[in-house]
Design a protein around this ligand. Structure first.
Ligand code: CA
Length: 446
């Protein structure tokens, strides 16, 4: 897809900011994703590497972007953004689809210079020579790592003749990923759409659920809503009825939904490279039992309290602290844990029922980039960060010392929250989560 003028300006602004961060003596190398074989000669649907997409908007595999702040060509024109891409190839394009080639990389995507990817080995030494710091994440791109190491060594070997070789290699966590953590206005718009479509899919799933249907039928409703809104799944949909909800990464999605049990769905739509991430848990027959409701209200209280912590300047560790406290208090009230709340938390006793974290950064990747701690301490929230808030309780069938009425109940409630100067903004409020709202919605089922 061709980027429009607004998008081109946006990508250029991101590159300019990256150049500012890496400085005049830096150079950054950002590889695209490559196609992955699914079966013999067919590939998985291609997904561009998020770092590469963020800076270029270029959607083809087997490309490399090189950002060289301040670089000029022989005529003195800016030459700070170089793309290496697959060359045009009439025959391959008939089979695999259109390619922009180096000409298109310049004309359509605004590269200052572009070459065939086959020229990478020959051109890289010229781009790296004289730069002190190389910004590149070693270990992520096994095919490229040895080439880059060889280029650096080559420049160092000839350095006696005056060239300077990069002496420091910095992972992109330090620069690009810190940029991606703080969403720009254009990104927030896309994030919003992804969250709205995700919410609509969960509403559709609630409306479609009834005893006797299969998990895969409900997963199909989710997939249909994504596809019909020009989205694809941001990750594998989890659709687990009954005690399948207690399997955190359940993706079999092939069991019959039973009257009297709950259905847990964790699914998010990806729109233009940004993904939503929502979990809802609701009764298959449309009515919570007393035991289900009791556990649900504890998880919901924990989620609502944790969301309130996503405020500018607050510690990013607070949502989990608060959720853990509210859940543990609830477990004591329900009789699932016995003892004093602080003691129980100190001894991690709640982990028997709540064994995961309360949230993660969200954006282009579902578990998005960005550090959680700086110098060993949780960082503070800033406007433009997006985090999931997803406490849960999972009571495995047959748990000793627990009233059997709770066995097999697994509940998670997850929303996506944007940190703003005005406070936390829930981007996924389009799907109900109060008991009464869920029951009302399900009462309207056909
Ligand atoms: Ca999730």
């Amino acid at each position: 897809m061709r980027p429009n003028d607004h998008q081109l300006i946006e990508y250029a602004a991101r590159r300019a900011e990256l150049m500012r961060r890496i400085g005049a003596d830096g150079v950054a190398i950002i590889p695209s994703a490559t196609e992955v074989t699914r079966a013999r000669d067919t590939q998985y649907r291609f997904r561009q590497d998020a770092d590469f997409a963020y800076l270029t908007g270029f959607k083809e595999p087997d490309a490399v972007a090189v950002i060289v702040p301040g670089r000029k060509d022989a005529e003195g024109n800016p030459a700070d953004f170089i793309l290496f891409v697959r060359p045009r190839n009439a025959e391959r394009e008939i089979w695999d689809g259109r390619r922009h080639g180096p000409e298109g990389a310049i004309a359509v995507f605004g590269a200052r210079q572009a070459h065939s990817i086959e020229a990478l080995d020959a051109e890289l030494p010229k781009l790296l020579a004289g730069r002190e710091t190389l910004h590149y994440t070693l270990g992520e791109y096994p095919a490229l790592d040895p080439k880059i190491i060889a280029v650096v060594k080559h420049i160092r070997d000839v350095a006696r003749r005056g060239a300077v070789a990069p002496h420091t290699v910095v992972a992109l966590e330090q620069t690009l990923h810190e940029m991606r953590l703080l969403k720009r206005p254009a990104e927030i718009e896309l994030q919003r759409t992804a969250c709205e479509v995700s919410a609509a899919a969960h509403v559709r799933a609630m409306r479609a659920t009834r005893p006797g249907r299969n998990e895969w039928e409900i997963a199909a409703e989710i997939a249909a809503e994504f596809s019909l809104n020009d989205c694809e799944p941001g990750y594998g949909t989890i659709c687990g009825g009954g005690d399948n909800a207690c399997i955190l990464h359940y993706t079999e999605n092939n069991a019959v939904l039973k009257d009297g049990e709950l259905l847990l769905i964790d699914a998010g739509a990806e729109y233009r490279g940004y993904t939503g991430d929502i979990t809802r848990t609701f009764p298959i027959n449309g009515h919570f039992s007393a035991a289900q409701r009791a556990v649900y209200e504890v998880v919901l209280a924990a989620q609502l309290a944790a969301i309130e912590e996503l405020t500018v300047g607050n510690s990013a560790g607070r949502p989990h602290e608060i959720a853990t406290r509210v859940l543990t208090e609830g477990l004591v009230k329900l009789g699932l844990l016995k003892g004093e709340v602080d003691e129980l938390i100190r001894a991690d006793k709640q982990k028997q029922f709540y064994m995961h974290g309360t949230g993660h950064w969200l954006g282009m990747d579902v578990h998005d980039v960005g550090r959680y701690k700086l110098a060993g301490e949780y960082r503070v929230f800033e406007a433009g960060m997006v985090m999931t808030v997803e406490p849960g309780l999972y009571i495995a069938p047959g748990t000793e010392g627990v009233d059997p009425v709770y066995w097999g109940i697994g509940i998670r409630i997850e929303d996506d929250v944007l940190v703003t100067e005005q406070g936390p903004e829930v981007l996924t409020s389009g799907v109900p989560k109060l008991v009464s709202d869920i029951e009302s919605l399900m009462a309207t089922r056909a």
